[in-house]
Design a protein around this ligand. Structure first.
Ligand code: SF4
Ligand code: SF4
Length: 305
């Protein structure tokens, strides 16, 4: 848990325990409320020498650095994590007989907490709740935009003589590996304990749904249900064993793992490693992260989230 400090709006750092004390704020006013800061502080996980289901979906280098390197985060940058937490807390409070809600799972290779399991009309179903940006829904749907020629041509200006194009949606393989692997892990852990799991669904609430995002992302509702195609047991077990071994050994030997993969760095179509550039809290301890942040963003990518 080397998330040790908060970063204040003026860029100074403060130990988390000091900040959350009554009267502990070092500025004239708190940047966000003390209860929310306490929620962040209590939500930190300590390294239990075994990878968690979601940790395994991140790059081993990122997780290694988060375990071994003290780092800070700005409380306001945790806004979406907070939304996700509240989303789960509300569901957690439902008292539904015969259903299993937010149960912890553990085997020799990893730990995890699934969201929901129940039998309805003879179908044993597991469910995962997510909050996500509209762009994530687009990726899960496998949609991307292409330029389609219109048959009309520019009559003047820099593009004179060139054919005009319009943007249209096309389909490719959905970007759903992480979702499938996470749900498959819970499903197989449950099956290994003797529970029947017939299907898995993921419910995504679109956190930035507006008329504009709906139009630009081709969305028609604010909550989406995705059936999750589960991987076979061998694929899942091999993946988690390998991820757990790599992280445990890296921490024990104090050896920096290779840089995260393109997928783990959230490389986008423009070739930008979005996670390294904006979201990785330990980028400063990673040569790749330092390199990405030292380079100017390609035009048009500056504000992409
Ligand atoms: S509440 Fe915000 S501004 Fe105050 S010490 Fe904590 S992080 Fe800094
Ligand atoms: S900066 Fe990028 S490559 Fe380095 S640890 Fe973070 S996500 Fe991984």
């Amino acid at each position: 848990m080397p998330w040790t400090s908060f970063e204040c709006p003026d860029g100074e750092k403060i130990p988390i325990e000091k900040c959350i004390e009554k009267g502990g704020c070092r500025m004239t006013e708190r940047c966000i409320s003390r209860p929310t800061l306490i929620l962040f502080a209590r939500g930190r996980r300590t390294w239990k020498k075994k990878i968690s289901t979601t940790q395994a979906l991140n790059g081993t280098r990122l997780e290694y650095l988060k375990i071994t390197t003290p780092f800070s985060e700005r409380p306001c940058d945790r806004a979406f994590a907070l939304l996700g937490t509240f989303h789960h807390l509300k569901h957690q409070k439902l008292d539904l007989p015969d259903a299993l809600v937010e149960e912890g799972l553990e085997d020799p290779d990893s730990t995890g907490i699934f969201d929901f399991y129940e039998e309805e009309d003879g179908v044993h179903e597991m469910l995962d709740y997510k909050t996500a940006g509209a762009w994530k829904i687009v990726r899960l749907q496998g949609k991307y935009k292409i330029d389609v020629p219109t048959g009309e041509f520019y009559k003047g200006g820099e593009k004179k003589g060139q054919e005009k194009t319009r943007k249209e949606w096309a389909l490719r393989d959905p970007d759903d590996f992480d979702l499938r692997m996470q749900c498959s892990r819970y499903a197989w852990m449950m099956r290994d304990m003797g529970y029947q799991v017939d299907r898995y669904k993921a419910q995504f609430t679109v956190r930035d749904y507006t008329q504009q995002t709906a139009k630009s992302c081709g969305l028609d509702r604010q909550i989406y249900m995705f059936p999750v195609a589960l991987f076979d047991r061998e694929t899942v077990v091999n993946f988690y064993q390998a991820r757990n071994k790599a992280l445990v050994e890296a921490v024990e030997k104090n050896e920096m793992p290779p840089a995260c993969s393109d997928h783990e760095r959230w490389r986008n179509d423009a070739g930008v490693d979005v996670r390294c550039a904006r979201y990785c809290p330990v980028w400063f301890a990673c040569d790749h992260g330092r390199q990405v942040r030292a380079e100017p963003m390609p035009k048009g990518e500056e504000e992409v989230a």
